[in-house]
Design a protein around this ligand. Sequence first.
Ligand SMILES: Nc1nc2c(ncn2[C@@H]2O[C@H](COP(=O)(O)OP(=O)(O)OP(=O)(O)O)[C@@H](O)[C@H]2O)c(=O)[nH]1
Ligand SMILES: [Mg+2]
Length: 295
Amino acid sequence: MALELTGNKELLGSALRGSRRDLSRLLSLIEKGEDVAIPENTSTKKSMILGITGPPGVGKSTLVGRIISYWKKEGKRVAVLAIDPSSPRTGGALLGDRVRMDSADSGDHVFVRSLSTRGNPGGISASLMSMVKLLESCGWENIIIETVGSGQSEIKIVAFADKIILVDGPDRGDIIQAEKAGIIELADLIVVNKSDTPGALKVAETIKSALSFSNENDSPQVLLVSAERNTGVDEMMELIRYSKSPIWRDRIKIRERLLSLWDYRLLSSSQLNQVIEDIETGSISLEDGLDILSR
Ligand SMILES: Nc1nc2c(ncn2[C@@H]2O[C@H](COP(=O)(O)OP(=O)(O)OP(=O)(O)O)[C@@H](O)[C@H]2O)c(=O)[nH]1
Ligand SMILES: [Mg+2]
């Protein structure tokens, strides 16, 4: 154990000095659930964390490639955490391939990491937070979290981001479904991608008319873009940079973060199976079980 801790410390030191290989190793340890003590970011510069979510195959990764190029032009270093990235099912390419494709010379300025939600009983919210903290400490100024909006918990992971872009495609209008899951409330901006194809404009109109915010100013803007042709991307980045989140949205984000961590704490407890068994046999009540697990 002591040896392990020393090892981690060395890795951390090396990652903080700029070793990408050791940063990768540490991220793997965090992903496996290991507790890596990351020092607080003492610099006054906080990273900007951008969440990109939306239904499978709408072009999120292609858009992320464009965002990377946009920030690179500004001289920013960009790290991407892609959660459950493209599967062959949706026909998308792995984000890493896409980024390599789009910005072959990304060099030291881009770091891409794919994460899986599988095999982690409590979800990845806690490890995601540590990973973001680590990237921030290692000087990655802009951090993107890409998550496929195919399950409620995956979507809500984006609540850990400072700003959130919700992406939809031309033939889906799936975002209307997302509204039911409370995702639209989290979005700072809604983007309908693939504006180069028929149907995109109609979807954008449908989304606009379906947004039901009592205060017009609270409603996120809806923007048409084409990640493939790189149109609308600059405008998207300007809008997101200057978007000001109303207090109620900030609070919803904090609420979601709390819920994610609460789930994580309960589901990753070593006593979970015992508590379930005890509730099942009637020896303890549900409330007792909850008390034990949340201790
Ligand atoms: N016509 C058109 N196709 C696009 C555009 N953006 C992405 N695509 C295509 O849409 C497909 C899916 O793109 P991805 O970027 O992998 O989509 P994704 O949302 O990241 O997919 P998942 O991660 O699997 O959910 C690919 O074949 C892209 O080439 C666009 O603006 N216009
Ligand atoms: Mg993707």
